[in-house]
Design a protein around this ligand. Structure first.
Ligand SMILES: Cc1cc2nc3c(=O)[nH]c(=O)nc-3n(C[C@H](O)[C@H](O)[C@H](O)COP(=O)(O)O)c2cc1C
Length: 399
């Protein structure tokens, strides 16, 4: 057989010229993106994303809870077409997925929050900008105009600052205000303490050593504007733990009532967990909740949000918006969440691994992987739509 004939038999994809795209093409699931990120990013930064609070019990339990769920699929159901759309707080999206708030994104990649917001816009998914963002509220709104933007609020000790942040988000066109209620004091993340992480990453003896192993990261960082707490000009470098001193530990349900009166758009709470707090959220007049333990980064002995879903759904009724996060790394996890009563899901680390592995294109890869996995899960389940799964899901779950 001649070489030409062999070539015809073996079709090899043409090599991708761009090193980032080449790297991303080798990522077949979120775990591959995580491995790529780990190879590229200095350890203190990677650990900041990857780690959890204290003994990392909650973080491990979050993953285990998704992984242990099993479905009984329905055979012969004609799944040639499946509809993955979901209505999330009044807007229809191609997937029941929202990009959750994560602080300091420009530390993971200089394109940071803008890259994530643009990728979300491209996929017509909502993106939540964190109070602790490294790009201003206004810059993200300008650079990703047309995106469904949500703003995550940490209620500040300084009430004037809280009012200013919400007013800026409203003026800049953010549709939804997400108030995080599980961070009255910062969780203790031992990896960050051991690594001596401060923001922005500084040139210590440790980081100098890191430059030798991860030169690409540092060259990118030094070529781009310095990182800071963009929405709090004048705040100097801080350790992660000390930046939490701005949060108000004395907040109560009265703060939510007050915000409800002031914020004209959609208002949701992120981080109430039990059925009792969920019912309280309904009566406080908010539009929805995100069941979350902050990806296991706050209270290490907190319950797994997914496990609470059926009880919370029963307490708040079928129409109140309940989103869930903490532990989602696969499209099947999104299916599990819907089957157990969630209207949609939020992700944090899944897209950050993509951001670290390849900037905006990496976030695209993360979303595309989750989307393809979710579609295939519906087909293999014998379910025709995300809406159908949300309605009949408990019948298909074995545990
Ligand atoms: C690096 C990082 C930074 C985060 N920063 C914030 C934040 O500023 N505000 C917030 O409400 N949640 C924050 N979170 C929590 C996420 O919004 C989300 O609840 C969590 O990541 C979900 O778990 P998962 O990472 O397993 O998807 C952060 C999470 C990570 C990983």
């Amino acid at each position: 057989m001649r070489i030409g004939e062999i070539r015809q038999l073996i079709k090899v994809k043409p090599a991708e010229r761009d090193a980032t795209l080449r790297r991303l093409a080798r990522c077949h699931d979120i775990d591959d993106l995580r491995s790529a990120a780990r190879r590229l990013i200095p350890r203190p930064v990677f650990d900041y994303v990857d780690g959890g609070a204290d003994e990392e019990l909650a973080m491990a339990a979050n993953r285990a809870a998704f992984q242990r769920r099993r479905f009984i699929p329905r055979a012969l159901a004609d799944v040639s077409q499946v509809d993955t759309r979901a209505t999330v707080l009044g807007r229809t999206q191609p997937l029941p997925l929202v990009l959750g708030p994560t602080g300091y994104s420009r530390m993971m990649h200089p394109a940071g929050e803008i890259a994530v917001a643009r990728s979300a816009r491209r996929h017509r998914l909502a993106y939540t900008l964190s109070t602790m963002a490294t790009t201003t509220i206004e810059d993200v709104a300008r650079s990703a105009s047309g995106a469904d933007l949500w703003f995550q609020l940490y209620i500040q000790r300084d009430d004037g600052l809280t009012k200013e942040l919400t007013a800026r988000a409203q003026t800049a066109g953010y549709r939804t205000l997400m108030v995080t209620v599980d961070t009255v004091v910062p969780g203790r993340r031992i990896r960050d303490e051991r690594n001596g992480l401060i923001i922005p990453p500084a040139l210590t003896a440790g980081t100098l050593a890191g430059i030798a192993i991860r030169p690409g990261y540092w060259i990118r960082m030094l070529r781009n504007p310095a990182i800071g707490f963009a929405n709090f000009p004048g705040l100097g470098a801080k350790t992660i733990a000390s930046s939490g001193s701005m949060f108000d530990p004395s907040i109560t349900w009265d703060n939510i009532t007050e915000l409800r009166a002031r914020w004209p758009g959609t208002l949701i709470l992120k981080g109430p967990l039990g059925a009792e707090d969920a019912s309280r959220a309904v009566s406080s007049g908010v539009d929805g909740i995100v069941l979350s333990n902050h990806g296991g980064r706050q209270f290490d002995r907190a319950v797994v949000p997914l496990d609470l879903l059926p009880r919370v759904r029963a307490a708040v009724g079928p129409d109140f918006a309940v989103l869930v996060d903490s532990g989602i790394r696969h499209g099947s996890d999104i299916a599990v969440a819907l089957a157990m009563g969630a209207d949609a899901t939020l992700i944090g680390r899944a897209y950050l691994y993509g951001l670290m592995a390849g900037g905006e294109a990496g976030v695209d890869t993360a979303i595309d992987l989750l989307s393809a996995q979710f579609t295939r899960t519906l087909q293999l389940l014998g379910v025709h739509s995300a809406a159908e799964l949300r309605t009949i899901g408990t019948e298909l779950l074995t545990s």
